[in-house]
Ligand binder design. Structure first.
Ligand code: HEC
Length: 149
């Protein structure tokens, strides 16, 4: 293959890779797992503070609450149709009950944004109360739509 044909082949490859960048089910699975992992990373220190395992720190609490609030509206886009196949714990029921799934994602978004709002006031009792509402939305969705580990 001469050099220009090689370049053409290489750029065709790049273009098709780009064209599929948002369409491949595996990309969506990686995306949502990454998103969930980051959300989980940030909820752990909140849970530890709420349970009294670590001392309550209002600034730290607000930092993690803000991160979750900024991520929680991205969940739905990580579950395009057809991404029930592959290495995933997502149950096919998600796509059979799409409206319900979306509304459970919205519940988290609503409660997480409220948590970020509440966390501004530096009121430990209110923070803890609102944290529980957020955690309930995670559980409500996982119980129905995530395979058990
Ligand atoms: C609307 C539904 C929904 C909500 C709300 C939700 N999750 Fe998930 N979560 C899922 C599904 C479905 C999976 C499995 C994804 C997969 O395997 O493709 C998952 C997976 C995870 C994982 C495992 C990621 C991995 O790499 O295996 C963690 C951690 C997680 N969620 C944390 C949370 C936390 C913390 C919350 C609440 C703050 C939350 N999730 C809210 C649906 C949800």
């Amino acid at each position: 293959m001469n050099k220009s044909r090689l370049l053409a082949a290489a750029s065709a490859l790049t273009l098709s890779a780009l064209a599929f960048a948002h369409g491949k089910p595996d990309d969506a699975i990686d995306y949502r797992m990454g998103l969930m992992t980051v959300i989980g990373w940030n909820i752990d220190p909140l849970g530890a503070m709420v349970k009294g395992k670590t001392p309550f720190d209002a600034a730290d609490f607000a930092k993690h609450a803000n991160r979750i609030a900024n991520l929680s509206d991205q969940i739905v886009e990580g579950f395009p149709k057809g991404s029930d196949q592959g290495h995933t714990d997502a149950k096919p029921d998600i796509w059979a009950n799409w409206d319900d799934f979306q509304s459970k994602a919205k519940d988290l978004d609503t409660q997480a944004k409220l948590l970020a709002e509440v966390a501004k006031a530096n009121d430990e009792a209110k923070d803890k109360e609102q944290f529980k509402k957020v955690a309930e939305t995670c559980k409500a969705c996982h119980d129905k739509y995530k395979k058990k580990d």
